[in-house]
Design a binder for this molecule. Structure first.
Ligand code: ATR
Length: 284
């Protein structure tokens, strides 16, 4: 069948807030680029309206949707099945209508690691990695790093009990240490990669820094999941201290790329998606 003879399909993202989401522009550009007659829309869904919204999307026969804050956990109650990765992470960010129903996936961790690989390359498995934070984003990142066979994983969090709980969650998959922050700070020179999954440094509190940069391992990678601002104060400091730095744009694009692939069966032009997002963020 000619591409332009394909049936039209509707996709979207549900969240609150969702007005500034860059997913519509990223996916719609890619649909056009791949000559697919598909459209992606941002739907504002308030807490308390999620069940109705998901049932509405089903009744409207959308083909799939992304899920963002604050619905990534609750949405699991309204789907027919949850993929193993998403279950391990405990959250869903991508829903696909398949033959056997509505299936929930999580592409955040895969998207993140794909972006990290652009800096870490083949050394990833043997790197010593510190993850700061123990919330949903940390769970996604750590689950995928563990799945990829990273052997030296450390997690630290302001609230130590949450880091311990995360460790238990992924312990069947990886030998991971949960370390109180003062102790992890002393270990800073031992880490090849340090990943900030907390919101420390995010706009509007742009001067806050999640980790000290005065005794980083030479040549290490400092990676921030934040992309607003594009280069956080922490990444700026780390760069001045000689580290390689990675912002959160790659993770955002990566999770979108894996969602796009699930919906269309096509691996998208990731560089193009990245360029579209950067253009809208005012970067280059
Ligand atoms: P997300 O889904 O983005 O990971 P989350 O589940 O609310 O969001 O998790 C937020 C993470 O950032 C937590 O690890 C949180 O630490 P606590 O467990 O102690 O709350 C961390 N975090 C948020 N603000 C922080 C701050 N000012 N300093 C240190 N850690 C912070």
């Amino acid at each position: 069948m000619e591409k332009n003879m394909q049936a039209e399909k509707l996709f979207g993202v549900i969240g609150d807030p969702v007005g500034h989401s860059l997913s519509p522009v990223m996916h719609n550009d890619q649909f056009a680029f791949q000559e697919l007659p598909y459209y992606y829309h941002a739907f504002l869904v308030k807490p308390g309206e999620l069940k109705e919204a998901v049932n509405g999307l089903k009744a409207l026969h959308v083909s799939g949707f992304n899920v963002t804050v604050p619905h990534k956990i609750e949405v699991m109650n309204y789907l027919d099945s949850i993929d193993e990765e998403a279950r391990m992470i405990g959250a869903v960010n991508t829903v696909v209508k398949e033959e056997n129903g509505w299936i929930g996936y999580n592409t955040d961790g895969k998207g993140y690691v794909e972006s990290l690989l652009t800096k870490a390359g083949e050394t990833l498995e043997n790197s010593s990695i510190l993850v700061i934070g123990a919330g949903g984003a940390a769970r996604a990142v750590i689950s995928e790093l563990a799945r990829r066979g990273v052997r030296q994983l450390t997690v630290t969090n302001r609230t130590s009990a949450k880091a311990e709980a995360l460790k238990e969650r992924v312990s069947e998959r990886a030998d991971i240490r949960a370390v109180p922050t003062p102790e992890a700070e002393k270990d800073t020179p031992s880490f090849d990669i340090i990943i900030n999954t907390t919101s420390v440094g995010m706009s509007p509190h742009v001067d806050n820094i999640p980790w000290r940069t005065d005794h980083l391992k030479p040549g290490c990678i400092c990676s921030d999941l934040i992309y607003n601002p594009l280069k956080t104060a922490w990444l700026q400091e780390a760069e001045r201290a000689g580290a390689q730095v990675l912002n959160g744009v790659g993770m955002f694009v990566g999770q979108g790329a894996f969602a796009f692939q699930k919906w269309t069966g096509i691996w998208p032009d990731v560089d193009r998606m990245h360029a579209v997002v950067m253009h809208h963020l005012g970067g280059n």
